[in-house]
Ligand binder design. Structure first.
Ligand code: CU
Length: 131
């Protein structure tokens, strides 16, 4: 093997390894962005999903674990728009929330699937995907 050929092979190897590492580091950054949402936490075996209601609902989409006792906490803070008129059809829930406070809604033990909340007019919505 001549010198040029071995240099080309070494350079190709270095580039190859570099691409693999670059790919791995990209994967790591991606996986942190899909980490469990900050509005979902499990305390004493109960999963709490927190949604803020003010001019709509945030986060609009949350991901939580299925088959765990779960409570939905809807927080209002000086909320005078229709996002206080909360409707969750799948659990027959309908209530006008106080402008400032916390509403705790027992969701039981949700199975996999999406839970959808709406304002009474259907203008604002949020969903919690149980996986
Ligand atoms: Cu509305």
């Amino acid at each position: 093997m001549n010198k040029t050929a071995s240099i080309i092979i070494v350079v190709a190897l270095i580039i190859g390894i570099g691409i693999v590492f670059w790919g791995e580091s990209k994967k790591t950054t991606n996986s942190t962005s899909t980490a469990p949402a900050e509005n979902v936490e499990i305390r004493d075996g109960i999963q709490y999903v927190t949604i803020h209601a003010k001019g709509g609902y945030s986060p609009k989409v949350s991901t939580a674990q299925a088959n765990l006792p779960t409570k939905l906490i809807v927080k209002t803070d000086g909320t005078y728009d229709c996002s206080t008129a909360l409707v969750i059809r799948s659990i027959n829930y309908q209530k006008v929330l106080t402008p400032t406070g916390e509403e705790v809604i027992d969701l039981g033990v949700p199975q996999a699937g999406a839970l959808k909340g709406l304002c009474s007019m259907g203008m604002y919505s949020f969903s919690v995907n149980f996986k």
